[in-house]
Design a protein around this ligand. Structure first.
Ligand code: TYD
Ligand code: MG
Length: 459
Protein backbone atom coordinates (compact mmCIF):
# COMPACT_ATOMS: atom_id res chain seq x y z
CA UNK A 1 0.00 0.00 0.00
CA UNK A 2 1.28 3.45 -0.82
CA UNK A 3 2.63 5.47 2.07
CA UNK A 4 0.16 8.10 3.26
CA UNK A 5 1.40 11.58 2.49
CA UNK A 6 0.41 14.31 4.92
CA UNK A 7 -2.06 16.78 3.50
CA UNK A 8 -2.95 20.23 4.69
CA UNK A 9 -6.59 21.11 5.03
CA UNK A 10 -8.11 24.53 5.56
CA UNK A 11 -10.39 24.22 8.58
CA UNK A 12 -12.54 27.07 7.33
CA UNK A 13 -13.35 25.94 3.80
CA UNK A 14 -11.99 22.42 3.49
CA UNK A 15 -9.52 23.22 0.69
CA UNK A 16 -6.67 20.71 0.49
CA UNK A 17 -3.09 21.75 -0.26
CA UNK A 18 0.20 19.89 -0.29
CA UNK A 19 2.04 22.53 1.74
CA UNK A 20 1.32 24.53 4.83
CA UNK A 21 0.59 28.23 4.36
CA UNK A 22 -0.41 31.01 6.72
CA UNK A 23 -3.30 32.07 4.54
CA UNK A 24 -5.69 29.81 2.66
CA UNK A 25 -5.54 30.53 -1.07
CA UNK A 26 -9.10 29.33 -1.54
CA UNK A 27 -11.03 31.31 1.08
CA UNK A 28 -8.51 33.80 2.41
CA UNK A 29 -8.73 32.59 6.03
CA UNK A 30 -5.62 33.09 8.15
CA UNK A 31 -4.09 30.39 10.33
CA UNK A 32 -6.77 27.92 9.33
CA UNK A 33 -4.55 25.38 7.55
CA UNK A 34 -3.80 22.29 9.61
CA UNK A 35 -1.91 19.14 8.78
CA UNK A 36 -4.10 16.06 8.58
CA UNK A 37 -3.25 12.49 7.68
CA UNK A 38 -4.67 11.63 4.29
CA UNK A 39 -7.77 9.48 4.29
CA UNK A 40 -7.13 5.78 4.05
CA UNK A 41 -8.96 4.15 1.15
CA UNK A 42 -12.31 2.81 2.28
CA UNK A 43 -12.55 -0.95 2.53
CA UNK A 44 -14.25 -2.29 -0.57
CA UNK A 45 -13.40 0.92 -2.37
CA UNK A 46 -10.26 -0.50 -3.95
CA UNK A 47 -11.89 -3.44 -5.65
CA UNK A 48 -14.71 -1.43 -7.18
CA UNK A 49 -12.22 1.18 -8.36
CA UNK A 50 -10.15 -1.55 -9.96
CA UNK A 51 -13.25 -2.99 -11.58
CA UNK A 52 -14.16 0.41 -12.93
CA UNK A 53 -10.65 0.91 -14.25
CA UNK A 54 -11.01 -2.34 -16.14
CA UNK A 55 -14.31 -1.18 -17.62
CA UNK A 56 -16.38 -3.75 -15.74
CA UNK A 57 -18.75 -1.72 -13.60
CA UNK A 58 -21.68 -3.14 -11.72
CA UNK A 59 -24.99 -2.86 -13.57
CA UNK A 60 -27.42 -0.70 -11.67
CA UNK A 61 -31.16 -1.11 -12.10
CA UNK A 62 -32.61 2.02 -13.66
CA UNK A 63 -35.90 3.15 -12.23
CA UNK A 64 -38.78 5.25 -13.52
CA UNK A 65 -39.96 8.55 -12.11
CA UNK A 66 -43.39 7.26 -11.19
CA UNK A 67 -43.98 4.60 -8.59
CA UNK A 68 -46.33 4.90 -5.70
CA UNK A 69 -45.27 4.47 -2.11
CA UNK A 70 -47.74 3.83 0.69
CA UNK A 71 -45.72 5.84 3.13
CA UNK A 72 -46.46 9.48 3.82
CA UNK A 73 -43.66 11.37 2.09
CA UNK A 74 -42.80 13.42 5.14
CA UNK A 75 -42.44 13.13 8.89
CA UNK A 76 -44.61 15.87 10.30
CA UNK A 77 -43.54 16.85 13.80
CA UNK A 78 -46.67 18.79 14.63
CA UNK A 79 -44.53 21.73 15.78
CA UNK A 80 -45.93 24.13 13.21
CA UNK A 81 -42.99 26.53 13.27
CA UNK A 82 -40.53 23.67 12.62
CA UNK A 83 -42.64 22.01 9.92
CA UNK A 84 -43.11 25.30 8.09
CA UNK A 85 -39.36 25.77 7.72
CA UNK A 86 -38.68 22.21 6.56
CA UNK A 87 -41.36 22.65 3.90
CA UNK A 88 -44.00 20.51 5.58
CA UNK A 89 -42.00 17.97 7.57
CA UNK A 90 -38.79 15.98 7.33
CA UNK A 91 -38.39 14.07 4.07
CA UNK A 92 -37.66 10.34 4.30
CA UNK A 93 -34.14 9.43 3.31
CA UNK A 94 -32.91 13.00 3.57
CA UNK A 95 -30.11 14.52 5.57
CA UNK A 96 -30.48 17.88 7.22
CA UNK A 97 -27.96 20.09 8.95
CA UNK A 98 -29.09 22.29 11.82
CA UNK A 99 -26.47 24.98 12.42
CA UNK A 100 -26.25 27.57 15.12
CA UNK A 101 -24.07 29.08 17.81
CA UNK A 102 -23.50 27.02 20.94
CA UNK A 103 -26.22 27.56 23.51
CA UNK A 104 -28.77 28.93 21.08
CA UNK A 105 -31.14 26.01 21.67
CA UNK A 106 -30.46 23.43 18.95
CA UNK A 107 -30.54 20.45 21.30
CA UNK A 108 -33.68 21.75 22.96
CA UNK A 109 -35.46 22.22 19.63
CA UNK A 110 -34.52 18.76 18.37
CA UNK A 111 -35.40 17.09 21.65
CA UNK A 112 -38.84 18.68 21.50
CA UNK A 113 -39.23 17.72 17.83
CA UNK A 114 -38.06 14.16 18.56
CA UNK A 115 -40.48 13.80 21.43
CA UNK A 116 -43.38 15.00 19.28
CA UNK A 117 -42.55 12.50 16.53
CA UNK A 118 -41.94 9.66 18.98
CA UNK A 119 -45.29 10.31 20.64
CA UNK A 120 -46.89 10.11 17.20
CA UNK A 121 -45.57 6.57 16.92
CA UNK A 122 -42.38 7.07 14.88
CA UNK A 123 -39.15 5.48 16.02
CA UNK A 124 -36.71 8.24 16.86
CA UNK A 125 -33.10 7.77 17.93
CA UNK A 126 -31.29 10.70 19.55
CA UNK A 127 -27.53 10.25 19.57
CA UNK A 128 -25.76 12.74 21.79
CA UNK A 129 -22.03 13.12 21.58
CA UNK A 130 -22.00 16.09 23.88
CA UNK A 131 -24.12 15.05 26.81
CA UNK A 132 -24.51 11.76 28.63
CA UNK A 133 -27.86 10.01 28.20
CA UNK A 134 -28.68 10.92 31.80
CA UNK A 135 -28.20 14.60 31.03
CA UNK A 136 -30.45 14.41 27.99
CA UNK A 137 -33.02 12.59 30.11
CA UNK A 138 -32.78 15.32 32.74
CA UNK A 139 -33.41 17.95 30.13
CA UNK A 140 -36.37 15.97 28.78
CA UNK A 141 -37.76 15.84 32.30
CA UNK A 142 -37.43 19.59 32.65
CA UNK A 143 -39.25 20.01 29.36
CA UNK A 144 -42.04 17.66 30.41
CA UNK A 145 -41.08 15.16 27.71
CA UNK A 146 -39.87 12.30 29.91
CA UNK A 147 -42.69 10.02 28.81
CA UNK A 148 -41.90 10.31 25.08
CA UNK A 149 -40.48 7.04 23.71
CA UNK A 150 -37.29 8.55 22.22
CA UNK A 151 -34.35 6.12 22.11
CA UNK A 152 -31.21 7.73 23.53
CA UNK A 153 -27.57 6.93 22.95
CA UNK A 154 -24.41 8.73 24.04
CA UNK A 155 -21.88 7.78 21.39
CA UNK A 156 -19.38 9.45 19.10
CA UNK A 157 -17.96 6.65 16.95
CA UNK A 158 -19.70 6.43 13.60
CA UNK A 159 -19.23 2.67 13.19
CA UNK A 160 -20.72 2.06 16.63
CA UNK A 161 -23.63 4.36 15.90
CA UNK A 162 -24.38 2.65 12.59
CA UNK A 163 -24.15 -0.81 14.19
CA UNK A 164 -26.54 0.31 16.94
CA UNK A 165 -29.00 1.72 14.41
CA UNK A 166 -28.95 -1.48 12.35
CA UNK A 167 -29.42 -3.63 15.43
CA UNK A 168 -32.85 -2.43 16.55
CA UNK A 169 -36.06 -1.68 14.65
CA UNK A 170 -35.27 0.77 11.84
CA UNK A 171 -35.65 4.37 13.01
CA UNK A 172 -37.54 7.00 10.99
CA UNK A 173 -35.54 9.86 12.44
CA UNK A 174 -31.97 9.94 13.71
CA UNK A 175 -30.53 12.99 15.46
CA UNK A 176 -26.77 13.38 15.67
CA UNK A 177 -25.86 16.03 18.26
CA UNK A 178 -23.34 17.16 17.16
CA UNK A 179 -21.42 16.39 13.98
CA UNK A 180 -18.25 17.93 15.49
CA UNK A 181 -18.08 15.22 18.13
CA UNK A 182 -18.30 12.31 15.66
CA UNK A 183 -15.30 10.36 14.49
CA UNK A 184 -14.88 7.43 12.18
CA UNK A 185 -12.02 4.96 12.29
CA UNK A 186 -11.81 5.24 8.49
CA UNK A 187 -9.76 8.41 8.77
CA UNK A 188 -7.00 9.28 11.16
CA UNK A 189 -7.70 12.95 11.85
CA UNK A 190 -8.92 14.21 15.22
CA UNK A 191 -12.67 14.70 15.84
CA UNK A 192 -13.85 18.15 14.82
CA UNK A 193 -11.37 18.53 11.95
CA UNK A 194 -12.71 19.02 8.46
CA UNK A 195 -11.52 15.58 7.39
CA UNK A 196 -13.31 13.83 10.25
CA UNK A 197 -16.47 15.89 10.01
CA UNK A 198 -16.67 15.28 6.28
CA UNK A 199 -16.11 11.54 6.57
CA UNK A 200 -18.55 11.17 9.46
CA UNK A 201 -21.21 13.25 7.70
CA UNK A 202 -20.73 11.19 4.55
CA UNK A 203 -21.31 7.96 6.47
CA UNK A 204 -24.46 9.29 8.12
CA UNK A 205 -25.80 10.69 4.84
CA UNK A 206 -25.20 7.34 3.16
CA UNK A 207 -27.12 5.73 6.01
CA UNK A 208 -30.07 8.08 5.37
CA UNK A 209 -30.10 7.41 1.63
CA UNK A 210 -29.88 3.63 1.97
CA UNK A 211 -32.37 3.13 4.81
CA UNK A 212 -34.87 5.91 4.13
CA UNK A 213 -34.49 7.35 7.61
CA UNK A 214 -34.19 11.09 8.02
CA UNK A 215 -30.91 12.10 9.60
CA UNK A 216 -30.47 15.45 11.30
CA UNK A 217 -26.92 16.58 11.96
CA UNK A 218 -26.35 19.33 14.50
CA UNK A 219 -23.46 21.66 13.76
CA UNK A 220 -22.02 24.39 15.95
CA UNK A 221 -21.09 27.56 14.13
CA UNK A 222 -19.40 30.51 15.77
CA UNK A 223 -20.41 34.10 14.97
CA UNK A 224 -17.94 34.36 12.11
CA UNK A 225 -18.52 30.80 10.92
CA UNK A 226 -14.96 29.85 11.81
CA UNK A 227 -15.34 26.42 13.36
CA UNK A 228 -14.43 23.49 11.18
CA UNK A 229 -17.12 21.35 9.80
CA UNK A 230 -20.58 22.61 9.08
CA UNK A 231 -19.51 24.76 6.14
CA UNK A 232 -18.14 21.66 4.46
CA UNK A 233 -21.20 19.63 5.33
CA UNK A 234 -23.57 22.25 3.90
CA UNK A 235 -22.86 21.07 0.37
CA UNK A 236 -23.44 17.44 1.23
CA UNK A 237 -26.85 17.56 2.90
CA UNK A 238 -30.32 18.09 1.42
CA UNK A 239 -31.26 20.95 3.67
CA UNK A 240 -29.48 23.42 5.89
CA UNK A 241 -31.42 25.09 8.67
CA UNK A 242 -29.94 27.73 10.87
CA UNK A 243 -31.13 28.57 14.34
CA UNK A 244 -30.44 32.18 15.18
CA UNK A 245 -31.13 34.62 17.91
CA UNK A 246 -29.76 37.22 20.13
CA UNK A 247 -28.23 35.76 23.27
CA UNK A 248 -29.63 38.74 25.18
CA UNK A 249 -33.14 38.04 24.00
CA UNK A 250 -35.49 35.15 24.37
CA UNK A 251 -36.71 34.58 20.88
CA UNK A 252 -35.10 32.39 18.27
CA UNK A 253 -35.55 32.25 14.53
CA UNK A 254 -35.30 29.07 12.51
CA UNK A 255 -34.45 29.72 8.89
CA UNK A 256 -33.85 27.45 5.89
CA UNK A 257 -30.66 28.39 4.05
CA UNK A 258 -30.89 25.55 1.59
CA UNK A 259 -33.71 23.11 1.04
CA UNK A 260 -34.00 20.57 -1.76
CA UNK A 261 -37.54 19.76 -0.70
CA UNK A 262 -39.07 23.07 0.23
CA UNK A 263 -38.85 26.83 0.21
CA UNK A 264 -35.90 28.70 1.69
CA UNK A 265 -37.68 31.90 2.61
CA UNK A 266 -39.86 30.62 5.44
CA UNK A 267 -38.96 31.33 9.03
CA UNK A 268 -40.08 29.75 12.28
CA UNK A 269 -40.19 31.85 15.40
CA UNK A 270 -39.73 30.45 18.89
CA UNK A 271 -39.31 31.91 22.35
CA UNK A 272 -36.91 30.29 24.84
CA UNK A 273 -38.68 29.95 28.16
CA UNK A 274 -37.97 28.14 31.40
CA UNK A 275 -39.90 25.20 29.95
CA UNK A 276 -38.10 25.00 26.64
CA UNK A 277 -38.96 26.53 23.29
CA UNK A 278 -42.42 27.86 22.75
CA UNK A 279 -43.80 28.50 19.30
CA UNK A 280 -44.56 32.10 18.50
CA UNK A 281 -47.52 32.07 16.16
CA UNK A 282 -47.92 35.84 16.16
CA UNK A 283 -44.41 37.21 15.62
CA UNK A 284 -45.54 40.74 14.68
CA UNK A 285 -46.86 41.32 18.19
CA UNK A 286 -43.50 40.13 19.53
CA UNK A 287 -41.36 42.33 17.28
CA UNK A 288 -43.52 45.39 17.90
CA UNK A 289 -43.81 44.62 21.62
CA UNK A 290 -41.60 47.35 23.03
CA UNK A 291 -42.34 50.24 20.71
CA UNK A 292 -42.10 53.81 21.90
CA UNK A 293 -44.90 55.71 20.17
CA UNK A 294 -43.41 59.19 19.71
CA UNK A 295 -39.77 58.41 19.03
CA UNK A 296 -38.37 59.96 15.85
CA UNK A 297 -36.47 57.62 13.55
CA UNK A 298 -38.76 54.60 13.89
CA UNK A 299 -40.88 53.23 11.04
CA UNK A 300 -42.93 50.06 10.99
CA UNK A 301 -42.27 47.83 8.00
CA UNK A 302 -45.08 45.60 6.84
CA UNK A 303 -42.69 42.86 5.80
CA UNK A 304 -43.03 39.36 4.48
CA UNK A 305 -40.97 36.35 5.50
CA UNK A 306 -41.76 33.51 3.15
CA UNK A 307 -45.52 33.30 3.02
CA UNK A 308 -46.02 35.02 6.34
CA UNK A 309 -46.46 38.76 6.85
CA UNK A 310 -44.42 40.10 9.77
CA UNK A 311 -44.53 43.64 11.07
CA UNK A 312 -41.27 44.91 12.46
CA UNK A 313 -39.88 48.26 13.52
CA UNK A 314 -36.96 49.79 11.61
CA UNK A 315 -34.96 52.23 13.72
CA UNK A 316 -32.62 54.88 12.35
CA UNK A 317 -30.36 57.32 14.13
CA UNK A 318 -28.84 60.12 12.10
CA UNK A 319 -26.33 62.34 13.92
CA UNK A 320 -23.76 64.91 12.73
CA UNK A 321 -20.47 63.13 12.27
CA UNK A 322 -17.12 64.06 13.77
CA UNK A 323 -15.33 61.59 11.52
CA UNK A 324 -13.71 62.23 8.15
CA UNK A 325 -15.65 59.32 6.73
CA UNK A 326 -19.04 59.22 8.42
CA UNK A 327 -20.05 55.94 10.02
CA UNK A 328 -22.62 53.64 8.46
CA UNK A 329 -23.67 50.93 10.89
CA UNK A 330 -26.40 48.43 10.06
CA UNK A 331 -27.88 45.66 12.17
CA UNK A 332 -30.33 43.25 10.55
CA UNK A 333 -30.29 44.72 7.07
CA UNK A 334 -28.00 44.99 4.07
CA UNK A 335 -25.17 47.56 4.12
CA UNK A 336 -25.17 48.02 0.36
CA UNK A 337 -28.92 48.53 0.36
CA UNK A 338 -28.57 51.30 2.97
CA UNK A 339 -25.90 52.99 0.87
CA UNK A 340 -28.27 52.89 -2.10
CA UNK A 341 -31.18 54.43 -0.16
CA UNK A 342 -28.87 57.17 1.16
CA UNK A 343 -27.63 57.91 -2.36
CA UNK A 344 -31.17 58.14 -3.74
CA UNK A 345 -32.22 60.41 -0.85
CA UNK A 346 -29.30 62.68 -1.67
CA UNK A 347 -29.49 62.66 -5.46
CA UNK A 348 -33.26 62.61 -6.01
CA UNK A 349 -34.69 64.27 -2.91
CA UNK A 350 -31.99 66.71 -1.81
CA UNK A 351 -31.62 65.08 1.62
CA UNK A 352 -27.94 65.42 2.47
CA UNK A 353 -26.56 62.88 4.89
CA UNK A 354 -22.93 62.97 3.78
CA UNK A 355 -21.89 64.73 7.00
CA UNK A 356 -23.91 62.48 9.28
CA UNK A 357 -23.29 59.17 10.95
CA UNK A 358 -26.12 56.76 10.15
CA UNK A 359 -27.09 53.88 12.40
CA UNK A 360 -29.82 51.54 11.28
CA UNK A 361 -31.28 48.63 13.19
CA UNK A 362 -34.10 46.19 12.73
CA UNK A 363 -35.73 45.99 16.15
CA UNK A 364 -35.81 42.68 17.94
CA UNK A 365 -32.81 41.19 16.16
CA UNK A 366 -34.69 40.08 13.05
CA UNK A 367 -32.66 39.96 9.84
CA UNK A 368 -34.51 41.37 6.84
CA UNK A 369 -33.60 40.55 3.28
CA UNK A 370 -36.40 41.88 1.13
CA UNK A 371 -36.09 45.19 -0.77
CA UNK A 372 -39.62 46.07 0.37
CA UNK A 373 -37.95 47.51 3.46
CA UNK A 374 -36.47 50.41 1.42
CA UNK A 375 -39.41 52.74 1.96
CA UNK A 376 -39.56 52.10 5.72
CA UNK A 377 -35.79 52.66 5.94
CA UNK A 378 -36.04 55.96 4.02
CA UNK A 379 -38.92 57.10 6.23
CA UNK A 380 -36.99 56.23 9.40
CA UNK A 381 -33.89 58.08 8.15
CA UNK A 382 -35.79 61.23 7.25
CA UNK A 383 -37.73 61.11 10.52
CA UNK A 384 -34.52 60.85 12.52
CA UNK A 385 -32.95 63.71 10.58
CA UNK A 386 -35.92 66.04 11.05
CA UNK A 387 -36.62 64.92 14.61
CA UNK A 388 -40.32 64.48 13.83
CA UNK A 389 -41.83 61.13 14.76
CA UNK A 390 -43.75 59.22 12.09
CA UNK A 391 -47.48 58.64 12.61
CA UNK A 392 -47.79 55.83 15.13
CA UNK A 393 -50.54 54.08 13.17
CA UNK A 394 -48.68 53.89 9.82
CA UNK A 395 -46.92 50.97 8.16
CA UNK A 396 -44.50 51.28 5.26
CA UNK A 397 -43.39 49.06 2.40
CA UNK A 398 -42.03 49.56 -1.12
CA UNK A 399 -38.87 49.08 -3.10
CA UNK A 400 -36.90 52.17 -4.10
CA UNK A 401 -35.29 52.29 -7.54
CA UNK A 402 -32.19 54.27 -8.42
CA UNK A 403 -34.37 56.84 -10.17
CA UNK A 404 -36.27 57.47 -6.94
CA UNK A 405 -39.35 55.62 -8.17
CA UNK A 406 -41.14 53.57 -5.52
CA UNK A 407 -41.82 50.17 -7.01
CA UNK A 408 -44.48 47.64 -6.09
CA UNK A 409 -43.49 44.59 -4.03
CA UNK A 410 -45.04 41.15 -3.74
CA UNK A 411 -48.17 40.39 -1.71
CA UNK A 412 -49.33 43.87 -0.66
CA UNK A 413 -52.71 42.43 0.41
CA UNK A 414 -51.45 40.07 3.14
CA UNK A 415 -49.10 42.78 4.42
CA UNK A 416 -51.96 45.25 4.85
CA UNK A 417 -54.30 42.68 6.36
CA UNK A 418 -51.68 41.86 9.00
CA UNK A 419 -51.26 45.59 9.66
CA UNK A 420 -55.03 46.03 10.00
CA UNK A 421 -55.22 43.07 12.39
CA UNK A 422 -52.67 44.77 14.66
CA UNK A 423 -54.57 48.04 14.65
CA UNK A 424 -52.63 50.07 12.07
CA UNK A 425 -54.74 52.58 10.16
CA UNK A 426 -52.46 53.89 7.43
CA UNK A 427 -50.41 52.16 4.75
CA UNK A 428 -47.66 54.16 3.05
CA UNK A 429 -46.85 52.20 -0.07
CA UNK A 430 -46.14 52.24 -3.83
CA UNK A 431 -48.82 53.89 -5.94
CA UNK A 432 -49.17 50.69 -7.93
CA UNK A 433 -50.28 48.78 -4.83
CA UNK A 434 -52.99 51.27 -3.84
CA UNK A 435 -55.93 48.92 -4.40
CA UNK A 436 -54.50 46.24 -2.10
CA UNK A 437 -56.22 47.77 0.90
CA UNK A 438 -59.66 46.68 -0.29
CA UNK A 439 -61.47 44.82 2.44
CA UNK A 440 -59.44 46.40 5.25
CA UNK A 441 -59.97 49.69 7.06
CA UNK A 442 -56.42 50.80 6.31
CA UNK A 443 -56.27 54.09 4.42
CA UNK A 444 -53.67 54.34 1.71
CA UNK A 445 -50.97 56.93 1.22
CA UNK A 446 -49.70 56.17 -2.28
CA UNK A 447 -46.09 57.20 -2.92
CA UNK A 448 -45.07 57.26 -6.60
CA UNK A 449 -41.54 58.58 -6.02
CA UNK A 450 -39.38 58.98 -2.95
CA UNK A 451 -39.34 62.80 -3.09
CA UNK A 452 -43.13 62.73 -2.55
CA UNK A 453 -42.58 60.92 0.75
CA UNK A 454 -39.80 63.32 1.76
CA UNK A 455 -42.00 66.33 0.97
CA UNK A 456 -44.89 64.89 3.02
CA UNK A 457 -42.63 64.19 5.99
CA UNK A 458 -41.12 67.69 5.83
CA UNK A 459 -44.54 69.36 5.61
P1 TYD B 1 -29.26 24.07 24.09
O1 TYD B 1 -30.44 23.44 23.44
O2 TYD B 1 -28.42 23.21 24.95
O3 TYD B 1 -28.33 24.81 23.04
P2 TYD B 1 -27.37 24.19 21.91
O4 TYD B 1 -27.72 22.77 21.75
O5 TYD B 1 -27.68 25.02 20.69
O6 TYD B 1 -25.98 24.42 22.37
O7 TYD B 1 -29.82 25.31 24.92
C1 TYD B 1 -29.00 25.92 25.81
C2 TYD B 1 -29.61 27.14 26.43
O8 TYD B 1 -31.00 27.15 26.49
C3 TYD B 1 -29.11 27.22 27.84
O9 TYD B 1 -28.38 28.43 27.95
C4 TYD B 1 -30.29 27.21 28.70
C5 TYD B 1 -31.42 27.52 27.79
N1 TYD B 1 -32.64 26.78 28.15
C6 TYD B 1 -33.72 27.45 28.65
O10 TYD B 1 -33.70 28.66 28.84
N2 TYD B 1 -34.86 26.76 28.95
C7 TYD B 1 -34.94 25.42 28.78
O11 TYD B 1 -35.99 24.82 29.06
C8 TYD B 1 -33.80 24.73 28.27
C9 TYD B 1 -33.82 23.25 28.06
C10 TYD B 1 -32.68 25.44 27.95
MG1 MG C 1 -26.50 21.15 22.27
Amino acid sequence: MARLKPTFVCQACGAVTSRWAGKCEACGAWNAIVEEAAAAPLPGGASSTTARALGRGRVVVLEGLSGATDEAPRLVSGLGELDRVTGGGFVHGSALLLGGEPGIGKSTLLLQGSAALARAGHRVVYVSGEEAAAQVRLRAQRLGLADAPVALAAETNVEDILATLKDGPPPRLVIIDSIQTLWTSQVEAAPGTVTQVRAAAQAMIRYAKTTGACVILVGHVTKDGQIAGPRVVEHMVDAVLSFEGDSGRDFRILRAQKNRFGPTDEIGVFAMTGDGLEQVTNPSALFLGDREPDAPGAAVLAGLEGSRPILVEIQALVVPSTLGTPRRAVVGWDNARLAMVLAVLEARCGVRLGGHDVHLAVAGGLRIQEPAADLAVAAALVSSLTGAALPVDAVFFGEIGLTGAVRPVSHPGPRLREAARLGFKRGVLPAAAADAAQGTDVSIVAIPTLDVLVARLAA
